[in-house]
Design a protein around this ligand. Sequence first.
Ligand SMILES: Cc1cc2nc3c(=O)[nH]c(=O)nc-3n(C[C@H](O)[C@H](O)[C@H](O)COP(=O)(O)OP(=O)(O)OC[C@H]3O[C@@H](n4cnc5c(N)ncnc54)[C@H](O)[C@@H]3O)c2cc1C
Length: 352
Amino acid sequence: METAPHPLVIRARRLAEDLLAPHAQRVDQDGVPVSHIDALRTSGLLGMSAPEAYGGAGAPDAVAREVQEILAGACCSTWFVQTQHHTPVRLLARSESPARERLLGPLATGAILSGIAYAHVRAFPRVLVRATARRGGRRFDGTVPWYTGWGLNDVMLLAGVGEDAEVVFAFADAREQPGLRPSPPMRLAALSAARTVSLELDGLWVPEDSVVLRVGQEEFARGDIPRSANTSPAVFGVAYAALRLLERAPEAERTAGALRLRLDEVRRRAYALADHPVPHEHMAERLALRTRAYDLMRAATTAAIVAGGGRTMDLGSAAQRLAREGMFLLVQGQTAPVRQAHLASLGTAPPP
Ligand SMILES: Cc1cc2nc3c(=O)[nH]c(=O)nc-3n(C[C@H](O)[C@H](O)[C@H](O)COP(=O)(O)OP(=O)(O)OC[C@H]3O[C@@H](n4cnc5c(N)ncnc54)[C@H](O)[C@@H]3O)c2cc1C
């Protein structure tokens, strides 16, 4: 028996159908507008994983995944800006830092939007950003290579490496200020619309009460690597969006049907593993499913282009946009094990 969709899923579908999908081509070319962020702020979706006691919805992970799929399939750039927000929310919900009382409520209600600047700590022992104890707080120095949502979000969760290989996470205002200088927005093959910059940090100081987590690098990696082995819901979102395009072409009916069956199966298994209580178990299977989902996404976006013919090369076509968004998802959140597994599979696997 089908269960009724969660109210947040209904809200996400409405936002996707009424606003995100109809404007996705224009947003891809011109950038995510503030009005899209305002719509997200009032939608309640920014607080979906936040505790109810702080004004959030406390929704189960399965609901959060479905919402992410819907948003990514409608407008991947807008999805990417908002998806950053959920990591700080989840981290604060577990934190004992004074920042929790100050920030978790406004983050949960959407009054403030957060970005993240922490992928660079995965490159340890190469240190791109240092966080040193200074004057009752932390001083950040170095280069954040990627920071998405500049000019759209209000705060950032920034990470650097401190003494004794400790990874320090702290909140800072997401604006130019002494010690923090953004690059111009990057022009990229995909998702230029998400306003990604790099950040030069030269003595950016944050008070100790803005520090939300200090964790040894090894312990950080123990949590981060298994998490990143799971498949991002955005991969399924983009793949299903491409299949919906494909299904409009009568001669592609069989192709679309075959890909959908395989995608449904990979999704079911990937999400079952994401819900598995021990995150570091079944690593090989998690990585294999992530790779398989990439293969199917690539097949679906390619099929949408093949079925659409020459007109899909127009920048106004949804098929080329989805193919470029899919290309971006191949590297988003990539860690060394994910890259190794993907490359190994590309060298051996038969086509989907
Ligand atoms: C458009 C765009 C926007 C992005 N926005 C954000 C953002 O807002 N916030 C954010 O935090 N990240 C962001 N990222 C970063 C993104 O998630 C990373 O691209 C991804 O984690 C891969 O890392 P990398 O590109 O730095 O690649 P690489 O530097 O090639 O690293 C890939 C992986 O290899 C490993 N590695 C690299 N160097 C070493 C080394 N010397 N020793 C050991 N292991 C190493 C690490 O595990 C690393 O994760 C963005 C990326 C893109 C393309």
